[in-house]
Design a protein around this ligand. Structure first.
Ligand SMILES: NC(=O)c1ccc[n+]([C@@H]2O[C@H](COP(=O)([O-])OP(=O)(O)OC[C@H]3O[C@@H](n4cnc5c(N)ncnc54)[C@H](O)[C@@H]3O)[C@@H](O)[C@H]2O)c1
Length: 341
């Protein structure tokens, strides 16, 4: 059984091991807002030399002060070792984008979501960063090929989509544009893993993968309320305590394999009949059921399972759920800590 500790031990310290890393040693963060500051804290805590730029030199200096204050706050809360706060103090505020990107290995663009602004900032990066530097954008929604046009030598450009709060959320979508070099993608994935993140390489369709799936769920949540099925509070409880309970450990494909794809196909048929075409069972699912690949019980579904793997998976599932239940039991109930952001 996984051990769940009391007190601050319940909370994972930010991954701060200042590992000897070939690449990147230095980074520029462009746009020191919600995302840029969190990413700057991660990079600095991991031992990288970081420069911050914002719309004006004054804003960059103020952002640096906020960054140090938040690292100190994390340290006081037991979430960041004291020596990492020292590394965050070493972050420099640059007078502008051109100064920040000069000579760095990695440029992280996190200015507001406007094509015009991204064009302006990526244009300055493209001219000012060394040709060997990798330039990434944290865009949540803009097509990568459109942004790649703003970078000379687009083989070094890629999407790198973090999630809020970036210090703690492990998932990062790595989104190559058509021209992004394979080496660029490989370097970014290796780097993200080295600082404790869990990258996934995904295509540049609308919303990429995470926002597309998250918004599909959000739309149905709003419709459940509009249809009078449940209050927002009840929907939140159902999502977090029923299927959401599984999501820290398993994605939709493994969950469906464990439940049975034949079951999913019939449930989707009922939903389609009641709610329309958006619930039409997809061909990929129906084909698997037709082939007898109905999930773990059949030894194959979306994934393949030997008998041994299946046994291990189900046991591991039960262990993880039991550990999570114990952890949740030690947390205050939802709403007890009013004012949580
Ligand atoms: N907030 C989120 O949850 C989230 C999550 C994932 C991705 N993103 C994406 O990350 C990017 C940044 O989002 P955010 O929420 O951090 O925005 P934000 O508004 O909090 O921060 C943007 C920062 O960029 C600065 N800025 C504006 N013009 C600039 C310029 N010309 N040069 C340098 N800096 C400039 C602003 O002053 C501000 O500090 C966007 O593309 C957004 O879509 C946001």
């Amino acid at each position: 059984m996984a051990e769940v500790q009391e007190g601050p031990g319940l909370l994972r310290l930010m991954h701060t091991e200042a590992r000897r890393r070939e690449w990147p040693q230095t980074a520029a963060i462009l746009g020191a807002g919600t995302m840029g500051l969190g990413v700057a804290e991660c990079f600095a805590a991991a031992g990288m030399t970081v420069k911050l730029a914002d719309a004006t030199p004054e804003l960059a200096r103020e952002a640096r002060e906020r960054l140090i204050a938040r690292a100190r706050g994390h340290s006081e809360a037991g979430l960041l070792p004291e020596e990492a706060v020292g590394r965050v103090r070493g972050v420099a505020a640059a007078d502008g984008v051109a100064e920040a990107v000069a000579g760095v290995d990695l440029v992280f663009e996190a200015v507001p979501e406007s094509v015009g602004l991204k064009e302006e900032v990526l244009g300055v990066c493209s001219a000012g960063a060394s040709t060997g530097a990798v330039i990434v954008s944290n865009t949540s929604s803009l097509p990568m090929d459109e942004l790649a046009r703003f970078v000379e030598g687009a083989g070094r450009f890629c999407g790198m989509h973090w999630f809020n709060p970036p210090e703690w959320t492990p998932g990062v979508e790595v989104i190559p544009a058509g021209e992004t070099g394979a080496g660029t993608v490989e370097s970014l994935v290796g780097f993200l893993r080295s600082i404790g993140k869990r990258p996934a390489v995904v295509g540049s369709g609308p919303g990429f993968v995470a926002n597309r799936i998250q918004n599909a769920m959000f739309l149905e949540a709003v419709r459940c309320v509009e249809d009078g099925l449940a209050s927002p509070e009840e929907v939140d409880e159902v999502v977090r305590s029923c299927f959401g309970f599984r999501l820290p450990f398993f994605g939709p494909f493994q969950i469906a394999d464990m439940a049975g794809l034949d079951v999913y196909a019939s449930v989707l048929g009922v939903l389609r009949d009641g709610l329309g075409d958006r619930f039409e069972p997809p061909k990929m699912l129906l084909d698997l059921v037709e082939e007898g690949r109905t999930g773990t019980k059949a030894g194959a579904g979306f994934l393949d399972y030997t008998d041994e793997e299946r046994g291990r998976l189900l046991l591991e599932r039960d262990r993880r759920y039991a550990a999570l239940l114990e952890l949740l039991g030690r947390m205050p109930p939802v709403g007890a800590g009013k004012g949580e952001g």
